[in-house]
Design a protein around this ligand. Structure first.
Ligand SMILES: [Zn+2]
Length: 103
């Protein structure tokens, strides 16, 4: 499934465009309210581990490298209520160029 962002209208409230942070927070709250969220988060974060050079090792980021903890892991931390310190949010200092991935 592909989502064409250009065709998706912005979320609006009666007062105007919705705050993207509030939309994201409501998404996190919905996930946290799901009684099966731990199993979902386990499956979602499977393979998202810190690599040797500070990048997430998941092949799911093959087209877009992300420092660890990546956005998937940070979302899981938000859902579980685990505080993410600014240092964690920034992640370790990665190598300037991530190593080539082997297939
Ligand atoms: Zn990741």
């Amino acid at each position: 499934m592909s989502l064409d962002h250009a065709s998706v209208p912005p979320v609006r409230t009666a007062q105007g465009p919705a705050d993207p942070r509030a939309i994201y927070r409501s998404f996190v709250d919905e996930l946290a309210a799901d009684p099966d969220h731990e199993d979902l988060l386990d499956r979602m974060t499977d393979g998202h581990t810190p690599g040797e050079h500070g990048w997430c090792a998941s092949p799911g980021h093959a087209a877009h490298w992300q420092r660890y903890p990546c956005s998937v892991v940070r979302l899981a931390l938000l859902v579980t209520g685990t505080p993410v310190t600014p240092l964690q949010a920034a992640g370790p200092t990665p190598a300037a160029h991530p190593p080539a991935r082997s297939a």
